[in-house]
Write a protein that binds this ligand. Structure first.
Ligand code: FNR
Length: 359
């Protein structure tokens, strides 16, 4: 582990640890994978405007999300099927989240049940959902998440249909059993279906989901609701009007609509219309502490980490996930110091320069 010096190195380790089908499933994006690459590339085009002669002898990275304190604005994104990466699955990821004092968003497509994840550790957990045609199935899982002590519901809205992930089609990827849903089991999908993930999704997900359904979700849960998958100011405004409690600017890690913009390039337009009324989070391509800083400077309250967490899990289990989060925290702490920002509140728009800004 001491040999690993940055998050990207876990990708190679994961590639070696995993069967090709599973590695491809985790790594892949939709079609030409342009958005997948752009998520990372767009961060590299943002430069710093560091300030000097500021007392940075003490750095405080801590912040709060929906009132819950976390040690740094780096959370764990919902990703499915952690047992493909490691036998302990999501329980290992959750223990790492607890050790790092951060929030894990548990995917409803988890391979451990949501209750198993809940009882494995005392991490603050949010629960991510998709809405199925069988609304009763979604409603049941929301109730179970409430009972198991999850603190918020994260509704993912960018999957009315599954994006074309060509590696999964080639590999005839069959998703494993979905532990949270009896009767919706993906094991009914046959290899002849091409990508089993897609076959399952097109059968189960409700493509008619629309803004009116936020009221339905509100009617079945008292928990705060975040919407994940917003990329425009128009939809950000609709989300605020719908009364949700937070937004995640996300393109699903480039796995849905290819040629969606890199998330960091649209963060500001979302933040601009939200006007601080609800927290705006961001995910997609965050691989460095400098990326975390850039997202905060452009208005995010925190970032979510997707693939690096899964790669850490595949390579080294719970310790790997912990190392991923710790490395990002250490890099972020250093970035704050070198930019002259001792606290999160000190990070401002003036600390970065985007490509469209002249010197
Ligand atoms: C995801 N993502 C995802 N999102 C979601 O809302 N529910 C889910 O079940 C999943 N599953 C999932 C599986 C895998 C293998 C990946 C890579 C991604 C999307 C995820 O939450 C997040 O938006 C992206 O992963 C963020 O981009 P990075 O950090 O992977 O670049």
């Amino acid at each position: 582990m001491d040999q690993i010096v940055n998050v990207n190195e876990f990708q190679e380790l994961a590639k070696r640890a995993l069967p090709k089908m599973y590695y491809d499933f985790y790594r892949g994006g939709a079609e030409d994978q342009h958005t997948l690459k752009e998520n990372v590339a767009a961060f590299t085009r943002i430069m710093f405007r560091p300030r000097v002669l500021v007392d940075v002898s003490k750095i405080d990275m801590s912040t709060r999300i929906l009132g819950y304190p976390i040690s740094a604005p780096i959370m764990i994104a919902p990703t499915s099927n952690h047992k493909l990466a490691h036998p302990e699955g999501e329980t290992a990821t959750a223990k790492a989240a607890a050790a790092c004092n951060t929030i894990m968003i548990v995917s409803c497509m988890s391979s451990c049940t949501l209750e198993e994840v809940a009882s494995s550790c005392n991490a603050v957990r949010f629960f991510q959902i998709y809405v199925f045609e069988r609304r009763d199935v979604t409603a049941q899982v929301v109730k179970r998440a409430e009972r198991a002590g999850y603190k918020a519901i994260v509704l993912t809205v960018d999957v009315p249909k599954l994006g074309r992930r060509e590696a999964d089609i080639k590999n005839k990827m069959i998703p494993p059993k979905l532990s949270n849903f009896e009767g919706l089991s993906s094991t009914q999908v046959k290899p002849s279906d091409g990508s089993g993930v897609e076959a399952f999704a097109s059968r189960a997900l409700d493509a008619s989901l629309n803004w009116k359904d936020i009221e339905w979700l509100r009617s079945i849960t008292k928990l705060p609701i975040l919407i994940k998958g917003i990329l425009t100011r128009e939809d950000a405004l609709k989300a605020v009007e719908a009364g949700v409690d937070g937004i995640v600017v996300s393109n699903h890690g480039g796995r849905q609509l290819d040629y969606s913009p890199a998330t960091i390039t649209v963060l500001e337009e979302v933040v601009h219309v939200v006007k601080g009324r609800i927290p705006v989070l961001l995910d997609g391509g965050v691989r460095r502490g400098t990326d975390v800083f850039k997202a905060l400077a452009l208005g995010a309250k925190a970032v979510l980490i997707g693939r690096p967490v899964v790669y850490g899990l595949a390579a080294k289990g719970e310790d790997g996930v912990r190392k991923v989060i710790e490395m990002l925290k250490n890099e972020f702490e250093l970035t704050m110091a070198l930019s002259g920002c001792p606290t999160i509140g000190d990070i401002t728009r003036n600390h970065v320069r985007t490509p469209d800004e002249r010197l």
